[in-house]
Design a protein around this ligand. Structure first.
Ligand SMILES: Cc1cc2nc3c(=O)[nH]c(=O)nc-3n(C[C@H](O)[C@H](O)[C@H](O)COP(=O)(O)OP(=O)(O)OC[C@H]3O[C@@H](n4cnc5c(N)ncnc54)[C@H](O)[C@@H]3O)c2cc1C
Ligand code: SF4
Ligand code: SF4
Ligand code: SF4
Length: 562
């Protein structure tokens, strides 16, 4: 139901010189004042600053505004702020319209101020056309089960579980192996501290095992997850038996594994060509044979044909292990063949320098002429072109250690399918937004952390786990979630039950029940795919109604100014 008189207020932001530097903001304000239904227009130096927000609230009251348009930056970061400002002044937040003139005008047309100003006027006109038809909406409230599931009992999963449990929530920690600890169980000593890996795990294992709020399901497989934020129904398989429970939020911490370099540098053919993980095991068990010469080769299967990315941790793993071998046997000749050393951060740069002081030799090869490994008698021969000195080198080696990247494993792929959360191009779990939502999935209520997200060292895995636990804890402590009112509505008269929309929905928000289409509002992300698919026009999306969008498009061609 729309009010009789539409009263729109337009607020155009200078954003300092970000917008004002190329867009003629006073001219846009003047133009907006003459658009249909606009009863107030003003400019602000920074609309998102306190005085800008106060100006909006005052104008809503003073001019009896029932629609507000802010022409400034991106809705991704600022829409919640302006929406709540409207709410504080008593206006339904769905009567707010955002026009992005920074990314769409001032930044992209910086060298064409006139063009940028004209385009800004057009975008504001389109915003006014849509705002005129906006309707107030009510958001659905969903109760949240005050418990969480963490999938994966490595350092990231245990940290997340402990953090949530310490906040008083019940946590189900699911681990596919019989024991907790993940990759760290197989490592010897950790960079940068040098502490024993297994010992470093003990406090975390003890904390989760002893915590009254944590229930550990080891040797368990995830069978099914249904539902949505606040109400996930989980079924596990434990020794062939099904176990079911309900949780409000989920954290994915399924980790990663070392790339197996089959066919690279004689791996699998020559016994003395091993990976860094195998070297960690030899060091841990005190089984490393005394040798005269060790060659490590970096980026094996990384940044190229195996996987395209840099695994970020393997350079430090190589430096760490080279130093550990030197400590055991100072006379050993160690050469690290690399095409770039990733020793980011002052602490790691120091370790790199220390390794050089200890006599570890770093030789830079180019990806175009990588090293080759052959066997001569009982000795491995490594041939490499030293880019720095422009010379071909032939190195004898008792042991060749391949530094290979972290990659996704089958356990992670399975979880991605069960939870219907995406993997990125590198096959690691894909976050909702790299900067704004780095530990959330686009699906509400599901979070991620640790090496499931991409190659990371322990400290990074732990920081991500703390962030994921904070995110997962917010709906649990609030006890409810509010669902954005942008879900679809079905017109049962127009729906012929063809089911095309059910197939197309990427969030499984639609289902056909006894020939009738049902919408699970909590799952609907308002993407509009189903609306565009429906052959009979039976679907309409709240807040993005066809009439609103059509009016916006039409206004491009009808520059009506009163
Ligand atoms: C050779 C090597 C040396 C390293 N050395 C160092 C170092 O010195 N310092 C450092 O900071 N970092 C080091 N790292 C990195 C470190 O191992 C990781 O940062 C850390 O293990 C990440 O922990 P995580 O919990 O994310 O993953 P993980 O340790 O892999 O734990 C994931 C857990 O999830 C479980 N899981 C997987 N799938 C499922 C499923 N479907 N259902 C239930 N459970 C599942 C796994 O069994 C595992 O227990 C090294 C890595 C390698 C490979
Ligand atoms: S961390 Fe080092 S070895 Fe690993 S992929 Fe990156 S550059 Fe190569
Ligand atoms: S709008 Fe998108 S998420 Fe919602 S039901 Fe339609 S296709 Fe699914
Ligand atoms: S596509 Fe349209 S007609 Fe077909 S089931 Fe969905 S809403 Fe009904």
């Amino acid at each position: 139901m729309r009010e009789k008189e539409i009263r729109i207020g337009v607020f155009v932001c200078h954003c300092g010189t970000n917008i004002g530097g190329s867009v003629d903001v006073p001219a846009v304000v003047e133009y907006a004042k003459h658009l249909p239904n606009v009863v107030h227009a003003e400019r602000n130096l920074y609309t998102c600053a306190d005085d800008g927000l106060t100006a909006i609230k005052n104008a809503i009251k003073e001019h009896k505004l029932n629609r507000v348009i802010v022409a400034s930056c991106t809705p991704r970061t600022h829409e919640p702020l302006f929406r709540s400002t409207c709410e504080e002044a008593g206006l339904n937040k769905y009567l707010f319209e955002f026009v992005n003139i920074r990314e769409h005008c001032s930044w992209v047309h910086m060298k064409d101020p006139e063009g940028a100003t004209e385009k800004t006027k057009e975008l504001v006109r389109m915003g006014v056309a849509r705002a005129t038809l906006l309707e107030p909406q009510e958001e659905m409230r969903i109760d949240v089960e005050p418990s969480a599931m963490v999938i994966g009992g490595g350092i990231a999963g245990m940290t997340a579980a402990k953090t949530l449990a310490n906040q008083g929530f019940d946590v189900y920690l699911v681990e596919k192996e019989a024991v907790l600890g993940g990759m760290l169980r197989n490592l010897y000593r950790l960079f940068p501290t040098g502490e024993d890996s297994l010992e470093s795990l003990q406090p975390s294992i003890a904390a989760v095992e002893e915590h009254k709020k944590i229930k550990i399901f080891s040797s368990c497989e995830l069978k099914e997850v249904k539902g949505y934020i606040g109400n996930f129904d989980v079924t596990l398989l434990r020794e062939g038996e099904e176990v079911s429970f309900k949780v409000g939020t989920i954290i994915v911490a399924t980790g990663a594994m070392e790339f197996e370099p089959k066919g690279y540098y004689g791996y699998g053919t020559y016994d003395h060509v091993i990976t860094q993980m195998q070297l960690e095991k030899l060091l841990k068990e005190g089984q490393l044979k005394k040798s005269d010469s060790v060659v490590m080769i970096q980026c094996v299967g990384a940044k190229g044909e195996g996987v395209s990315y840099c695994s970020r941790i393997c350079c430090m793993v190589a430096i760490k292990n080279a130093m550990l071998i030197k400590e055991i046997n100072p006379d050993v000749n160690i050469q690290i063949l690399h095409n770039d050393i990733q020793a980011y951060g002052a602490e790691y740069e120091e370790l790199y320098s220390k390794a050089r002081e200890m006599g570890v030799r770093f030789i830079k090869y180019t990806p175009e002429s990588p090293p080759s490994v052959t066997m001569e008698g009982d000795k491995l021969k490594v041939e490499v072109y030293n880019e720095l000195f422009g010379e071909q080198l032939m190195l004898g080696a008792d042991l060749v250690v391949l530094s290979t990247p972290l990659v996704q494993h089958q356990g992670g792929v399975g979880v991605s399918k069960l939870l219907r959360v995406p993997l990125g191009k590198d096959k690691f779990f894909f976050e909702a937004h790299v900067k704004l939502r780095p530990v959330d999935f686009a699906t509400d209520g599901i979070f991620l952390c640790g090496t499931a997200h991409g190659p990371a060292e322990v400290a990074e895995s732990v920081s991500q786990a703390l962030a994921a636990a904070s995110g997962a804890g917010i709906p649990l402590s609030r006890g409810f979630v509010q669902i954005e009112a942008i879900s679809v509505k079905v017109d049962p008269e127009a729906c012929v039950g063809c089911g095309f929309c059910v197939e197309m929905c990427p969030y499984q928000a639609l289902s056909m029940v006894n020939g009738k289409l049902e919408v699970i509002e909590a799952l609907c992300k308002g993407c509009g795919t189903c609306v565009a698919t429906c052959p009979t026009g039976a679907l309409e999306q709240r807040h993005y109604q066809s009439n609103q969008i059509i009016s916006q498009i039409k206004s491009i061609f009808h520059p009506v100014v009163e």
